[in-house]
Design a protein around this ligand. Structure first.
Ligand code: GUN
Ligand code: ZN
Length: 435
């Protein structure tokens, strides 16, 4: 297999940057090289030194652009590509009016395959190389997505949603069929290539207690698997959930009761958590997922990043687009909106921490940091190349930029898919080969 030697300005994180001056938290090489062999990072460092030892490696010169690990989106819905930008509703109306009707179309395997292909194209176009994704309730929707991701050798975490009530005909499974289809999908896909299966009860509203029991049973039978669901996104949702599970202390208690908390449990939104809920989530090592564009678009609320990360029992936090509730596939756009949400609550997230979050931070939150999220030697070569002069607006502003921190902040504030120059998935160029 050909060896590739990428040349450019390399940035990869070691730890969460605590301030703009936290130089120890990242590796930065001004004239750096990443040697890729067999889909993995074989060496990293000064370009000239690497080139001397790289033998017949093909050099790809990305100067003056930045070379980073591929971005990671910790919560996104594959069957909502034609839901994004739907007007005028809050969560429950938005689900009933736009989202559920759209997702019923995924009983059609051909439609599911078409959207899976376009979804992966759009991820790559936006510099995202890994997602934690929700498919529709239909087994064929998950089959289509896993098949597409496998063909591109992408590391993805995904599952078919389990939902057996409060949804229209054609969009419900049953406790038994949801269990059986999930078991079959795990057997067919989990561990193949770079695929991970996530047990995916959509949320407490769309699962009967019997189905929640089944989700718990699946977790006990497959304790290494991820679990993903939604939690405490919107006040009407929380009130309805409380009616459906009147015995529960609160929303989190429901998932706790069915054995769904833990270090590989991902809770989308988690905006309106009580102190008790935050303690329980923290004690169990569960992850809360910040979805700023979606939380703003659906009017759901302001995720209190500072409170969650600075409390005595801090929460593990991931960041995500949540398309189609979210309004952009780009993790740059996501962190720009995240910055504003945090600013509204009186704090600023520093640009190094933002870029840590969408690379190593999300890899840690998804428990896949042994494989992705950095450019460390031996990890998978999922890489994004960023151009801070991608548009006239950006190029003009770049004339006055003098530091890496300013450049990252500019990329976050003004960047989108146009700033993604190239993407490597498992060491292979993936963006320039898109049709
Ligand atoms: N809660 C349950 N399902 C969904 C969904 O598809 N999107 C969002 N934003 N919240 C949900
Ligand atoms: Zn969601």
């Amino acid at each position: 297999m050909t060896k590739l030697l990428l040349r450019g300005r390399i940035l990869s994180f070691r730890t969460r940057p605590e301030s703009l001056d936290d130089r120890a938290s990242y590796v930065y090489e001004e004239d750096g090289g990443v040697l890729i062999e067999d889909g993995k990072v074989a060496a990293l460092g000064d370009f000239t030194a690497l080139a001397r030892d790289a033998g017949d490696a093909k050099v790809i010169d990305h100067r003056p652009n930045l070379i980073l690990p591929g971005f990671i989106d910790a919560h996104v819905h594959v069957p909502q590509m034609q839901v994004i930008a739907s007007y005028g509703a809050e969560l429950l109306d938005w689900l009933n009016t736009y989202t559920f009707p759209e997702e019923t179309k995924f009983s059609d395997a051909q439609h599911a395959r078409r959207i899976a292909r376009m979804f992966c194209d759009d991820m790559v176009r936006h510099g995202t190389t890994t997602v934690a994704a929700y498919c529709s309730v239909h087994r064929q929707s998950a089959d289509a997505f896993f098949e597409e991701a496998l063909s591109r050798d992408m590391l993805v975490i995904a599952g078919k949603v389990m939902m057996d009530r409060n949804a229209p005909d054609g969009l419900r499974d049953s406790p038994q069929s949801g269990y059986d289809d999930t078991k079959a999908l795990i057997a067919d896909w989990h561990g193949k290539g770079r695929l991970h299966y996530a047990i995916t009860p959509r949320f407490a509203i769309t699962s009967t207690p019997e189905q929640m029991e089944m989700a718990g049973a699946l977790m006990r039978e497959h304790p290494d698997l991820h679990m993903q669901t939604h939690l405490s996104e919107n006040h009407a949702e929380i009130a309805f959930t409380q009616e459906l599970y009147p015995w529960s202390k609160d929303y989190t208690d429901i998932y706790d009761h069915y054995g769904l908390l833990g270090p590989k449990a991902l809770f989308g939104h988690s905006i309106h958590l009580s102190e008790r809920e935050a303690d329980v989530l923290s004690d169990s090592g569960s992850v809360v997922v910040f979805c700023p564009t979606s939380n703003l678009f659906l009017g759901s609320g302001l995720f209190d990043w500072q409170r969650y990360s600075k409390r005595a029992k801090p929460l593990r936090i991931a960041a995500a687009s949540d398309v189609g509730g979210g309004t952009n596939y780009s993790m740059l756009r996501t962190m720009d909106e995240g910055y504003k949400v945090i600013a509204l609550q009186g704090e600023k997230i520093n640009p190094f921490a933002s870029f840590w979050q969408i690379t190593l931070g999300n890899a840690k939150a998804l428990s896949v940091d042994d494989r992705i999220g950095t450019l460390d030697v031996g990890t998978d070569a999922d890489i994004t190349v960023l151009d801070a002069r991608a548009t006239p607006t950006m190029a003009l502003r770049m004339e006055t930029v003098t530091t890496l921190a300013e450049e990252l902040f500019l990329l976050q504030t003004l960047g989108d898919d146009r700033a993604i120059r190239e993407v490597y998935v498992a060491g292979k160029p993936a963006k320039t080969t898109l049709n």
